[in-house]
Design a protein around this ligand. Sequence first.
Ligand code: HEC
Length: 136
Amino acid sequence: MPDTTRRSTPGRATPALLALAGLLAAAPAFAQADAPAADGQTSFNNSCRTCHALNEGDHRLGPSLAGVVGREAGSVEGYGFSSALARADFTWDEARLDAFIENPDAVVPGHNMKPFPGITNADERALIVQFLASGG
Ligand code: HEC
């Protein structure tokens, strides 16, 4: 008597199941793409590090941000600031930094920190500011 159950080929399901498992495994990564980065260092690396270093005197496209919290704006030695920043008359504190990285034009009109789109996510700004305030 022929065994009819042999006609079903359970092995065929495996690639489809593997593909589904792959999609499920990838889903959390997609979900995180728009969420704020988990820590300030990562956010700094993503948004600032192209142009800013954290070692004293290490100026790149932008000035070193070593000790920026508590520093007079546009004052660090050895960096050629725009006249807008050089003339700015305030000390960087956490509120000022937060406002600057949200929308630099609103804090220092005529600045030269470009191209920089601004960070709309308040949680992410807070992480970066805390990271800078804690010495980077
Ligand atoms: C595309 C390059 C670029 C990126 C990205 C960038 N900056 Fe800047 N940044 C600059 C430049 C250039 C200046 C100097 C602007 C001027 O002289 O007007 C500057 C100036 C600054 C200053 C003023 C420093 C001082 O001594 O007064 C701060 C604070 C600052 N940036 C913070 C940040 C932070 C925080 C980030 C990330 C969220 C960031 N920047 C991202 C290029 C950049």
